[in-house]
Write a protein that binds this ligand. Structure first.
Ligand code: PLP
Length: 394
Protein backbone atom coordinates (compact mmCIF):
# COMPACT_ATOMS: atom_id res chain seq x y z
CA UNK A 1 0.00 0.00 0.00
CA UNK A 2 1.15 3.50 -0.74
CA UNK A 3 0.88 6.07 2.02
CA UNK A 4 -0.59 9.50 1.30
CA UNK A 5 2.79 11.14 0.90
CA UNK A 6 4.00 8.60 -1.66
CA UNK A 7 0.75 8.87 -3.53
CA UNK A 8 0.88 12.66 -3.71
CA UNK A 9 4.49 12.46 -4.88
CA UNK A 10 3.57 10.10 -7.69
CA UNK A 11 0.63 12.29 -8.66
CA UNK A 12 2.82 15.42 -8.66
CA UNK A 13 5.45 13.71 -10.84
CA UNK A 14 2.76 12.53 -13.23
CA UNK A 15 1.32 16.05 -13.37
CA UNK A 16 4.73 17.51 -14.07
CA UNK A 17 5.31 15.02 -16.86
CA UNK A 18 1.86 15.77 -18.24
CA UNK A 19 2.50 19.53 -18.08
CA UNK A 20 5.75 19.05 -19.95
CA UNK A 21 4.36 16.82 -22.66
CA UNK A 22 1.34 19.09 -22.97
CA UNK A 23 3.54 22.14 -23.27
CA UNK A 24 5.82 20.57 -25.84
CA UNK A 25 2.82 19.75 -27.98
CA UNK A 26 1.41 23.26 -27.63
CA UNK A 27 0.96 25.77 -30.39
CA UNK A 28 3.88 27.87 -29.16
CA UNK A 29 6.47 27.91 -26.39
CA UNK A 30 9.80 29.30 -25.14
CA UNK A 31 12.76 26.92 -24.74
CA UNK A 32 15.37 27.69 -22.11
CA UNK A 33 18.78 26.08 -22.59
CA UNK A 34 20.17 25.67 -19.08
CA UNK A 35 23.44 24.25 -20.38
CA UNK A 36 24.03 27.48 -22.32
CA UNK A 37 23.06 29.50 -19.24
CA UNK A 38 25.54 27.63 -17.04
CA UNK A 39 28.25 27.91 -19.72
CA UNK A 40 27.64 31.67 -19.96
CA UNK A 41 28.06 32.04 -16.19
CA UNK A 42 31.34 30.12 -16.32
CA UNK A 43 32.58 32.12 -19.34
CA UNK A 44 31.73 35.41 -17.63
CA UNK A 45 33.36 34.31 -14.37
CA UNK A 46 36.45 33.56 -16.44
CA UNK A 47 36.90 37.21 -17.41
CA UNK A 48 36.26 38.75 -13.96
CA UNK A 49 38.96 40.31 -11.84
CA UNK A 50 40.21 37.77 -9.24
CA UNK A 51 38.35 39.21 -6.24
CA UNK A 52 35.06 39.77 -8.07
CA UNK A 53 31.86 37.81 -7.39
CA UNK A 54 29.09 37.41 -9.93
CA UNK A 55 25.63 38.74 -9.07
CA UNK A 56 23.11 37.35 -11.55
CA UNK A 57 20.34 39.85 -12.29
CA UNK A 58 17.10 37.84 -12.50
CA UNK A 59 14.57 40.68 -12.35
CA UNK A 60 11.52 40.64 -14.63
CA UNK A 61 11.24 36.84 -14.37
CA UNK A 62 14.91 36.54 -15.36
CA UNK A 63 14.41 38.71 -18.46
CA UNK A 64 11.54 36.43 -19.47
CA UNK A 65 13.51 33.19 -18.98
CA UNK A 66 11.78 32.08 -15.73
CA UNK A 67 13.33 33.37 -12.50
CA UNK A 68 13.25 30.27 -10.29
CA UNK A 69 14.82 27.81 -12.72
CA UNK A 70 17.33 30.41 -13.90
CA UNK A 71 18.30 31.23 -10.31
CA UNK A 72 18.88 27.55 -9.53
CA UNK A 73 21.08 27.07 -12.60
CA UNK A 74 23.18 30.23 -12.21
CA UNK A 75 23.84 29.51 -8.53
CA UNK A 76 24.91 25.99 -9.38
CA UNK A 77 27.21 27.38 -12.11
CA UNK A 78 29.01 29.78 -9.77
CA UNK A 79 27.01 32.97 -9.35
CA UNK A 80 26.89 33.81 -5.63
CA UNK A 81 24.37 36.67 -5.53
CA UNK A 82 21.02 37.34 -7.15
CA UNK A 83 19.43 40.72 -7.91
CA UNK A 84 15.77 41.45 -8.54
CA UNK A 85 13.79 44.67 -8.98
CA UNK A 86 10.72 44.22 -6.82
CA UNK A 87 9.83 42.76 -3.46
CA UNK A 88 7.44 40.29 -5.11
CA UNK A 89 10.23 38.94 -7.30
CA UNK A 90 12.35 38.34 -4.19
CA UNK A 91 9.53 36.59 -2.34
CA UNK A 92 8.98 34.30 -5.34
CA UNK A 93 12.62 33.14 -5.13
CA UNK A 94 12.53 32.66 -1.35
CA UNK A 95 9.25 30.71 -1.55
CA UNK A 96 10.98 28.43 -4.08
CA UNK A 97 13.61 27.68 -1.43
CA UNK A 98 16.47 29.78 -2.80
CA UNK A 99 18.76 30.82 0.04
CA UNK A 100 21.45 32.87 -1.78
CA UNK A 101 21.77 36.57 -0.88
CA UNK A 102 19.29 38.64 -2.91
CA UNK A 103 19.69 42.36 -3.59
CA UNK A 104 16.50 44.33 -4.28
CA UNK A 105 17.48 46.94 -6.89
CA UNK A 106 14.25 48.94 -6.59
CA UNK A 107 13.38 51.42 -3.87
CA UNK A 108 11.65 50.59 -0.57
CA UNK A 109 9.72 53.44 1.07
CA UNK A 110 7.16 51.98 3.49
CA UNK A 111 7.33 50.24 6.85
CA UNK A 112 5.29 47.33 5.47
CA UNK A 113 7.81 46.78 2.69
CA UNK A 114 10.73 46.95 5.14
CA UNK A 115 9.06 44.36 7.35
CA UNK A 116 8.63 42.10 4.33
CA UNK A 117 12.27 42.64 3.35
CA UNK A 118 13.36 41.60 6.84
CA UNK A 119 10.95 38.68 6.97
CA UNK A 120 12.10 37.26 3.63
CA UNK A 121 15.79 37.97 4.27
CA UNK A 122 16.11 40.22 1.20
CA UNK A 123 18.72 42.97 1.03
CA UNK A 124 17.40 46.44 0.17
CA UNK A 125 18.82 49.36 -1.77
CA UNK A 126 18.71 52.63 0.17
CA UNK A 127 18.72 55.78 -1.92
CA UNK A 128 17.99 58.65 0.47
CA UNK A 129 18.57 59.90 4.00
CA UNK A 130 14.82 59.53 4.66
CA UNK A 131 15.06 55.81 3.88
CA UNK A 132 18.04 55.44 6.24
CA UNK A 133 15.91 56.86 9.07
CA UNK A 134 12.85 54.76 8.27
CA UNK A 135 14.90 51.57 7.93
CA UNK A 136 16.78 52.23 11.18
CA UNK A 137 13.54 52.83 13.11
CA UNK A 138 11.84 49.79 11.61
CA UNK A 139 14.87 47.58 12.24
CA UNK A 140 14.90 48.73 15.90
CA UNK A 141 11.20 47.88 16.21
CA UNK A 142 11.87 44.42 14.75
CA UNK A 143 14.90 43.96 16.99
CA UNK A 144 17.10 43.17 13.98
CA UNK A 145 20.27 44.50 12.39
CA UNK A 146 19.43 44.86 8.69
CA UNK A 147 22.01 44.68 5.89
CA UNK A 148 21.56 47.61 3.49
CA UNK A 149 23.11 48.65 0.17
CA UNK A 150 23.61 52.37 -0.43
CA UNK A 151 23.02 53.73 -3.93
CA UNK A 152 25.08 56.68 -5.17
CA UNK A 153 23.89 58.50 -8.28
CA UNK A 154 27.00 59.29 -10.31
CA UNK A 155 25.14 60.37 -13.45
CA UNK A 156 22.37 57.92 -14.30
CA UNK A 157 19.97 60.33 -12.57
CA UNK A 158 17.71 57.50 -11.48
CA UNK A 159 17.81 56.06 -7.94
CA UNK A 160 20.41 57.18 -5.43
CA UNK A 161 21.76 60.29 -3.74
CA UNK A 162 23.96 62.36 -6.03
CA UNK A 163 27.65 61.75 -5.44
CA UNK A 164 28.50 65.28 -4.37
CA UNK A 165 25.76 65.28 -1.73
CA UNK A 166 26.19 61.71 -0.55
CA UNK A 167 28.34 62.14 2.58
CA UNK A 168 25.45 62.94 5.00
CA UNK A 169 23.46 60.00 3.58
CA UNK A 170 26.30 57.51 3.94
CA UNK A 171 27.37 58.91 7.35
CA UNK A 172 23.83 58.53 8.66
CA UNK A 173 23.71 54.92 7.51
CA UNK A 174 27.09 54.31 9.16
CA UNK A 175 25.86 55.88 12.41
CA UNK A 176 22.54 54.01 12.40
CA UNK A 177 22.82 51.38 15.10
CA UNK A 178 20.37 48.94 13.47
CA UNK A 179 21.82 49.00 9.96
CA UNK A 180 24.85 47.28 8.53
CA UNK A 181 26.21 48.73 5.28
CA UNK A 182 26.66 45.67 3.08
CA UNK A 183 27.71 47.61 -0.01
CA UNK A 184 27.90 50.99 -1.70
CA UNK A 185 27.08 51.03 -5.38
CA UNK A 186 26.29 53.02 -8.47
CA UNK A 187 24.98 52.38 -11.99
CA UNK A 188 26.22 53.47 -15.44
CA UNK A 189 24.05 55.30 -17.95
CA UNK A 190 26.10 54.72 -21.11
CA UNK A 191 28.31 51.67 -20.56
CA UNK A 192 27.14 50.10 -23.85
CA UNK A 193 28.28 53.05 -25.97
CA UNK A 194 31.64 52.88 -27.77
CA UNK A 195 32.60 56.36 -26.49
CA UNK A 196 33.66 55.83 -22.85
CA UNK A 197 33.80 59.49 -21.77
CA UNK A 198 30.56 59.51 -19.74
CA UNK A 199 31.39 56.12 -18.25
CA UNK A 200 34.81 57.43 -17.22
CA UNK A 201 33.24 60.52 -15.69
CA UNK A 202 30.79 58.41 -13.67
CA UNK A 203 33.58 56.10 -12.53
CA UNK A 204 35.68 59.08 -11.44
CA UNK A 205 32.76 60.50 -9.45
CA UNK A 206 32.31 57.10 -7.78
CA UNK A 207 35.99 56.94 -6.85
CA UNK A 208 35.93 60.51 -5.49
CA UNK A 209 32.82 59.82 -3.42
CA UNK A 210 34.33 56.65 -1.96
CA UNK A 211 37.58 58.47 -1.12
CA UNK A 212 35.55 61.18 0.59
CA UNK A 213 33.63 58.64 2.71
CA UNK A 214 36.93 57.03 3.67
CA UNK A 215 38.43 60.39 4.68
CA UNK A 216 35.46 60.88 6.99
CA UNK A 217 36.13 57.63 8.80
CA UNK A 218 33.52 55.47 7.11
CA UNK A 219 34.77 51.91 6.65
CA UNK A 220 34.49 50.95 3.00
CA UNK A 221 32.23 47.95 2.43
CA UNK A 222 31.84 45.97 -0.80
CA UNK A 223 31.69 48.21 -3.89
CA UNK A 224 30.03 47.59 -7.26
CA UNK A 225 29.18 49.59 -10.34
CA UNK A 226 29.11 47.30 -13.38
CA UNK A 227 26.23 45.96 -15.44
CA UNK A 228 26.89 43.60 -18.39
CA UNK A 229 28.38 46.30 -20.62
CA UNK A 230 30.73 47.73 -17.98
CA UNK A 231 31.80 44.21 -17.00
CA UNK A 232 32.79 43.52 -20.61
CA UNK A 233 34.37 47.00 -20.97
CA UNK A 234 37.12 46.75 -18.34
CA UNK A 235 38.24 44.73 -15.31
CA UNK A 236 39.04 48.07 -13.66
CA UNK A 237 35.28 48.42 -13.13
CA UNK A 238 34.68 45.03 -11.53
CA UNK A 239 35.29 45.86 -7.82
CA UNK A 240 33.79 43.27 -5.42
CA UNK A 241 30.73 42.33 -7.46
CA UNK A 242 29.41 42.71 -10.97
CA UNK A 243 25.66 42.84 -11.58
CA UNK A 244 25.18 40.99 -14.84
CA UNK A 245 21.77 40.65 -16.45
CA UNK A 246 21.63 40.60 -20.25
CA UNK A 247 24.90 38.74 -20.87
CA UNK A 248 24.12 35.74 -18.66
CA UNK A 249 21.26 35.13 -21.11
CA UNK A 250 23.81 34.99 -23.93
CA UNK A 251 23.10 38.39 -25.44
CA UNK A 252 25.75 41.10 -25.89
CA UNK A 253 24.93 44.64 -24.71
CA UNK A 254 26.63 46.07 -27.82
CA UNK A 255 28.40 44.67 -30.90
CA UNK A 256 31.75 46.28 -29.98
CA UNK A 257 31.79 44.31 -26.69
CA UNK A 258 31.17 40.90 -28.27
CA UNK A 259 34.87 40.01 -28.64
CA UNK A 260 35.41 39.98 -24.85
CA UNK A 261 33.73 36.65 -24.13
CA UNK A 262 31.97 33.85 -25.98
CA UNK A 263 28.29 33.53 -25.01
CA UNK A 264 25.37 31.47 -26.34
CA UNK A 265 21.75 32.63 -26.46
CA UNK A 266 19.66 30.82 -23.83
CA UNK A 267 16.16 31.51 -25.09
CA UNK A 268 14.39 30.24 -28.20
CA UNK A 269 10.83 30.95 -29.30
CA UNK A 270 9.02 28.28 -31.28
CA UNK A 271 5.53 27.60 -32.61
CA UNK A 272 3.76 25.06 -34.74
CA UNK A 273 2.16 25.22 -38.17
CA UNK A 274 -1.57 24.74 -37.68
CA UNK A 275 -2.86 24.87 -41.27
CA UNK A 276 -1.49 25.03 -44.82
CA UNK A 277 -3.34 26.28 -47.92
CA UNK A 278 -2.61 27.52 -51.42
CA UNK A 279 -3.96 30.91 -52.43
CA UNK A 280 -4.51 32.16 -55.99
CA UNK A 281 -2.74 35.32 -57.23
CA UNK A 282 -4.01 38.69 -56.04
CA UNK A 283 -5.42 37.37 -52.76
CA UNK A 284 -5.21 39.52 -49.62
CA UNK A 285 -3.77 37.97 -46.44
CA UNK A 286 -4.69 38.85 -42.83
CA UNK A 287 -6.32 41.98 -41.36
CA UNK A 288 -6.23 44.96 -43.69
CA UNK A 289 -4.93 42.82 -46.55
CA UNK A 290 -1.53 44.41 -46.05
CA UNK A 291 -0.06 41.60 -48.15
CA UNK A 292 -1.40 40.44 -51.51
CA UNK A 293 -0.20 37.36 -53.37
CA UNK A 294 1.30 38.01 -56.80
CA UNK A 295 1.36 34.34 -57.85
CA UNK A 296 -0.11 31.09 -56.51
CA UNK A 297 1.20 31.08 -52.94
CA UNK A 298 1.42 28.38 -50.31
CA UNK A 299 0.56 29.87 -46.92
CA UNK A 300 1.25 28.29 -43.52
CA UNK A 301 -0.71 29.50 -40.50
CA UNK A 302 1.32 29.45 -37.26
CA UNK A 303 -0.11 29.55 -33.73
CA UNK A 304 1.70 32.54 -32.24
CA UNK A 305 0.87 36.25 -32.29
CA UNK A 306 1.28 39.59 -30.63
CA UNK A 307 -0.44 38.38 -27.44
CA UNK A 308 2.55 36.04 -27.06
CA UNK A 309 5.06 38.85 -27.53
CA UNK A 310 5.65 38.88 -31.29
CA UNK A 311 5.52 42.63 -31.93
CA UNK A 312 2.78 43.58 -34.40
CA UNK A 313 5.08 46.26 -35.78
CA UNK A 314 7.14 43.44 -37.36
CA UNK A 315 4.20 42.58 -39.67
CA UNK A 316 5.45 41.79 -43.19
CA UNK A 317 9.08 42.10 -41.93
CA UNK A 318 9.44 39.06 -39.71
CA UNK A 319 11.53 36.15 -40.92
CA UNK A 320 11.31 32.67 -39.37
CA UNK A 321 13.00 29.30 -39.81
CA UNK A 322 11.03 26.26 -40.96
CA UNK A 323 13.02 23.04 -40.98
CA UNK A 324 16.24 25.05 -41.19
CA UNK A 325 15.13 27.27 -44.09
CA UNK A 326 14.07 30.93 -43.86
CA UNK A 327 10.47 31.82 -44.65
CA UNK A 328 8.92 35.30 -44.68
CA UNK A 329 5.93 36.16 -42.52
CA UNK A 330 3.25 37.90 -44.58
CA UNK A 331 0.34 40.20 -43.75
CA UNK A 332 -0.52 41.67 -40.38
CA UNK A 333 0.60 39.78 -37.27
CA UNK A 334 -2.61 38.97 -35.39
CA UNK A 335 -3.21 38.43 -31.70
CA UNK A 336 -2.75 34.65 -31.72
CA UNK A 337 -1.57 33.71 -35.22
CA UNK A 338 0.75 34.63 -38.07
CA UNK A 339 0.96 33.56 -41.69
CA UNK A 340 4.08 32.48 -43.59
CA UNK A 341 4.81 32.27 -47.29
CA UNK A 342 6.12 28.70 -47.67
CA UNK A 343 5.78 28.39 -51.43
CA UNK A 344 9.48 27.47 -51.62
CA UNK A 345 9.08 24.68 -49.02
CA UNK A 346 7.17 21.82 -50.65
CA UNK A 347 7.65 19.41 -47.71
CA UNK A 348 6.16 21.47 -44.86
CA UNK A 349 3.32 19.91 -42.91
CA UNK A 350 0.84 20.81 -40.22
CA UNK A 351 2.60 20.27 -36.88
CA UNK A 352 6.04 21.31 -38.14
CA UNK A 353 7.95 23.53 -35.73
CA UNK A 354 8.74 27.11 -36.69
CA UNK A 355 11.59 29.00 -34.96
CA UNK A 356 11.02 32.73 -34.44
CA UNK A 357 14.02 33.28 -32.16
CA UNK A 358 16.75 30.64 -32.04
CA UNK A 359 18.89 28.49 -34.25
CA UNK A 360 18.30 25.64 -36.67
CA UNK A 361 21.13 23.98 -38.57
CA UNK A 362 23.54 26.86 -39.38
CA UNK A 363 20.97 29.65 -39.40
CA UNK A 364 19.95 31.83 -36.49
CA UNK A 365 17.39 34.44 -35.57
CA UNK A 366 18.26 36.71 -32.66
CA UNK A 367 16.59 39.20 -30.34
CA UNK A 368 19.18 41.73 -31.58
CA UNK A 369 17.72 41.43 -35.10
CA UNK A 370 14.21 42.16 -33.80
CA UNK A 371 15.52 45.02 -31.68
CA UNK A 372 17.27 46.57 -34.70
CA UNK A 373 14.19 46.18 -36.87
CA UNK A 374 12.05 47.82 -34.20
CA UNK A 375 14.46 50.55 -33.11
CA UNK A 376 14.57 49.22 -29.56
CA UNK A 377 16.95 47.19 -27.38
CA UNK A 378 17.30 43.43 -26.89
CA UNK A 379 16.39 43.79 -23.17
CA UNK A 380 12.88 44.90 -24.15
CA UNK A 381 12.43 42.07 -26.66
CA UNK A 382 13.40 39.43 -24.06
CA UNK A 383 11.03 40.89 -21.46
CA UNK A 384 8.23 40.96 -24.03
CA UNK A 385 7.57 37.20 -24.30
CA UNK A 386 4.35 36.62 -22.41
CA UNK A 387 3.46 34.01 -19.83
CA UNK A 388 1.02 32.46 -22.30
CA UNK A 389 4.14 30.83 -23.78
CA UNK A 390 5.10 27.95 -21.48
CA UNK A 391 8.80 27.89 -20.61
CA UNK A 392 10.32 24.52 -21.46
CA UNK A 393 13.55 23.98 -19.52
CA UNK A 394 16.07 21.96 -21.47
C1 PLP B 1 19.02 45.75 -14.58
C2 PLP B 1 20.19 46.23 -13.84
C3 PLP B 1 21.44 45.63 -14.02
C4 PLP B 1 21.72 44.59 -15.11
O1 PLP B 1 21.89 45.26 -16.35
P1 PLP B 1 22.32 44.47 -17.69
O2 PLP B 1 22.60 45.55 -18.65
O3 PLP B 1 21.12 43.66 -18.09
O4 PLP B 1 23.49 43.64 -17.35
C5 PLP B 1 22.48 46.03 -13.21
N1 PLP B 1 22.31 46.98 -12.27
C6 PLP B 1 21.12 47.60 -12.08
C7 PLP B 1 20.99 48.66 -11.05
C8 PLP B 1 20.03 47.27 -12.87
O5 PLP B 1 18.87 47.90 -12.69
Amino acid sequence: MLDGEQLSYIVSQACRHYQFSKAIRQRAWVEIDHQALADNIRALKGILAPQTALMAVVKADAYGHGAIKVAETVLRAGATWLAIATLGEGVELREAGITAPILVLGATNTTEEIEAIAHWDLQPTLCTLAQVKLFDQTAAKLGKILPVHLKIDTGMSRLGTRWEEALPFVSAAHAASNLNIASIYSHFATADEPDPSTLNQQHQRFQEAIANFQQHGIPIPKLHISNSAATLHSTALHYDLVRIGLSIYGVYPAPHLAAQVSLRPVLQVKARITQIKTLPPNTGVSYGHRFKTSAPTKIAVVGIGYADGVPRRLSNQLKVLVNGIFAPQVGAITMDQIMLDVTHLPAVQVGDVVTLIGHETKEQLTVDQWANQLGTISWEILCGFKHRLPRINL
